[in-house]
Design a protein. Structure first.
Length: 370
């Protein structure tokens, strides 16, 4: 029994030893580098300049009150359409006590004056009927009465203006009714009933009642790198993609390229603007982020290779052409200089150096030798 156990232990040890040697041999085997082979092909290359930015309304207006007071009514909310002249909100005037007292006093004085003038007019009219008073005196009496009535009306209208900001006779022209100045969509109504608002003056921009924009006239505003700005010209067609709108590409036209650069974290950028054509069935919200692609060059039927196959060295370009037979145990290559042309960032034009039938080294795959 002991002899059997010794034999079993020896066999087990030998198996472990052989397994260890096999594992170490596998780990130390040399690696054969196998490259994927590609062939040049005829293709169309397009080169683009891409600008990142936002889409926003060309005309965006902040509606402000022409009088200070308290918001008494709000008739519109964000997202609703509005016509030019349509009322958005109403402001209730808070009268200044000194002005109010003066206006009320003026009304009282005008009422007393009118009552006295009317009594004198009645007496003059009666005397004129008896022939005691001349026609001239009667006419003067009528004029004085008309003036007294006009003064009372003016005093009452002034009191209304002090109290309400407008008289009832000119209600349709009231500056207490805050109206839109353009046709469009309301983007924001930052006020609510009960808020105090102030009109614009030398020291204050005034309270914004609403922001209104024409959403049918949109503008792309973005930035391009200084290396690309020289390739752009006003009037170039632009393709606009918006991340929030899947499978939608909008047409635009470049209308502005800034003559002055700005710097952002050490990167020199130039502002560009493009007029956007928005189809009737597409709704573009103000502030959508977007990418604008401007095609600056296109070439059809040119010989191309993936740009990753080209190596750059000392100002020259090279590819590696397969010289061994396909399927051979070892791949061999010839380093060949080529003349390159247009690149779209993925594929590159090959003007000279290779033909459509050549096999070109691409990415490599690591495999163990068998």
């Amino acid at each position: 029994m002991k002899k059997f156990l010794k034999i079993f232990a020896g066999v087990l040890f030998a198996a472990l030893l052989l397994g260890t040697f096999w594992f170490l041999w596998q780990k130390t085997r040399p690696v054969k580098v196998v490259y994927t082979i590609v062939q040049p092909k005829l293709d169309t290359l397009k080169q683009f300049v891409v600008a990142t930015g936002k889409v926003e309304p060309r005309d965006e207006v902040m509606i402000k009150p022409q009088i200070s007071g308290i918001i008494s009514d709000v008739y519109k909310e964000a997202g609703q359409s509005v016509r030019k002249g349509e009322v958005i909100a109403t402001v209730k005037v808070v009268p200044e006590m000194g002005q109010l007292s003066s206006a009320e006093s003026r009304v009282s004085v005008a009422e007393i004056s009118l009552a006295q003038t009317r009594r004198e007019h009645d007496r003059t009219t009666a005397l004129h009927a008896k022939g005691v008073v001349s026609n001239e005196e009667a006419e003067q009496s009528r004029t004085a009465l008309a003036k007294a009535e006009e003064e009372l009306q003016n005093a009452r209208e002034n009191l209304e203006i002090v109290k309400n900001g407008i008289s009832s006779r000119f209600k349709e022209l009231s500056n207490t009714q805050i109206r839109s100045t353009i046709d469009g969509m309301i983007l924001d109504v930052p006020i609510k009933v009960g808020n105090s608002v102030i009109q614009a003056n030398t020291f204050n921009d005034g309270t914004t009642i609403a922001t209104v924009a024409d959403m049918s006239n949109m503008l792309f505003r973005g930035n391009v790198d200084e290396t690309d700005v020289g390739k752009l010209n006003e009037g170039m067609p632009v393709k606009l993609t918006i991340g929030a709108l899947q499978n939608v590409e909008l047409d635009a036209r470049l209308e502005y390229v800034s003559p002055k650069a700005t710097e952002d974290n050490g990167v020199v950028l130039f502002e560009v603007k493009a007029a956007v054509t928005v189809p009737a069935k597409v709704f573009v919200r103000a502030g959508y982020s977007a990418n604008a692609s401007v095609m600056i060059e296109s070439r059809e039927g040119v010989l191309t290779l993936p740009e990753s196959t080209v190596e750059f060295e000392n100002g020259k370009s090279y590819v590696h052409v397969l010289t061994s037979a396909e399927g051979a145990e070892e791949q061999t290559f010839d380093k060949r200089e080529v003349q390159i042309g247009l690149s779209d960032g993925i594929n590159i034009e090959i003007k000279e150096g290779v033909t459509a039938g050549d096999n070109i080294r691409s990415v490599k795959e690591d495999k163990k030798k068998k």
